[in-house]
Design a protein around this ligand. Structure first.
Ligand SMILES: Cc1ncc(COP(=O)(O)O)c(C=O)c1O
Length: 235
């Protein structure tokens, strides 16, 4: 934490880290939050994939722990992915302050920022979230659909890994990272040249830093993508 000053903010992803897919364990979060608390830094938790890692509660562990520890916390959450509201721009900013007085001042500042940026956002998406999250049946249905998405992505990760392991059994590759990582993204470790080959020879698109969107794999394309990756990894 060298170079950081009291009340500096630290941007953290509580689950399904974008772009790596690498998450901290609960024990690691405990350690990190203790390190943050001591010099009075402020965690800004950006959670865009709640429910895609383990479950709704475990994915929010870092946030709950920080609040339990009495840290001031900023939380930005998005419903783009877990409620499929990409086009509606729906999310929230929650701020936990140590005193009511401070909360009021933070609220005043946020109102000021909102007024200058958008004042009255479109309300349609927010109404959808309101209806779904405040009705027990709809809420349960939503959570179980989020878990179906989570399980589908995990199944694709497993399939990709097993094909790569079978195809490249003779080479010294370790594909465990594919199933250890969480959420929609993974760093594959492919070089820029390999990513370019995937694109030009196989029509498979990754970000040039090798980040792959696991959510775009499905039962129809996973074999093809795995074979393409195996081909470029064979050299
Ligand atoms: C961690 C994280 N936060 C926020 C966002 C963006 O969320 P939104 O679609 O609500 O702007 C993303 C990805 O799009 C993300 O990975």
């Amino acid at each position: 934490m060298k170079g950081l000053n009291k009340q500096d903010m630290l941007l953290l992803h509580p689950c399904c880290h974008n772009p790596t897919g690498v998450d901290l364990t609960q024990q690691q979060w405990d350690t990190l939050l203790k390190v943050i608390k001591q010099p009075e830094l402020i965690p800004f938790m950006d959670i865009a994939y709640q429910g895609f890692g383990e479950d709704m509660e475990s994915d929010a562990y870092a946030i709950c722990k920080a609040v339990d520890m009495g840290l001031p916390v900023f939380v930005s959450n998005s419903f783009s992915k877990n409620l499929s509201l990409y086009g509606e721009r729906v999310g929230g900013l929650s701020v936990v302050c140590p005193t009511a007085d401070e909360a009021e001042r933070v609220f005043g500042q946020l109102n000021f920022v909102v007024r200058r940026i958008y004042t009255s956002p479109p309300a349609q998406g927010g109404h959808v979230v309101d209806i779904v999250t405040n009705d027990d049946n709809l809420y349960q249905q939503w959570v179980s659909e989020v878990y179906s998405m989570r399980d589908r992505i995990k199944a694709m990760r497993l399939k990709l890994k097993s094909i790569l392991e079978a195809e490249l059994a003779d080479l010294d590759y370790d594909f465990d990272y594919i199933t250890r990582q969480n959420g929609m993204f993974s760093f594959t470790g492919l070089t820029t040249e390999q990513v370019e080959r995937l694109q030009s020879e196989f029509g498979v698109y990754l970000v040039s830093d090798s980040r792959m969107c696991m959510a775009s794999l499905n039962v129809k394309n996973v074999d093809y993508v795995a074979q393409a990756m195996a081909a470029v990894l064979k050299g």
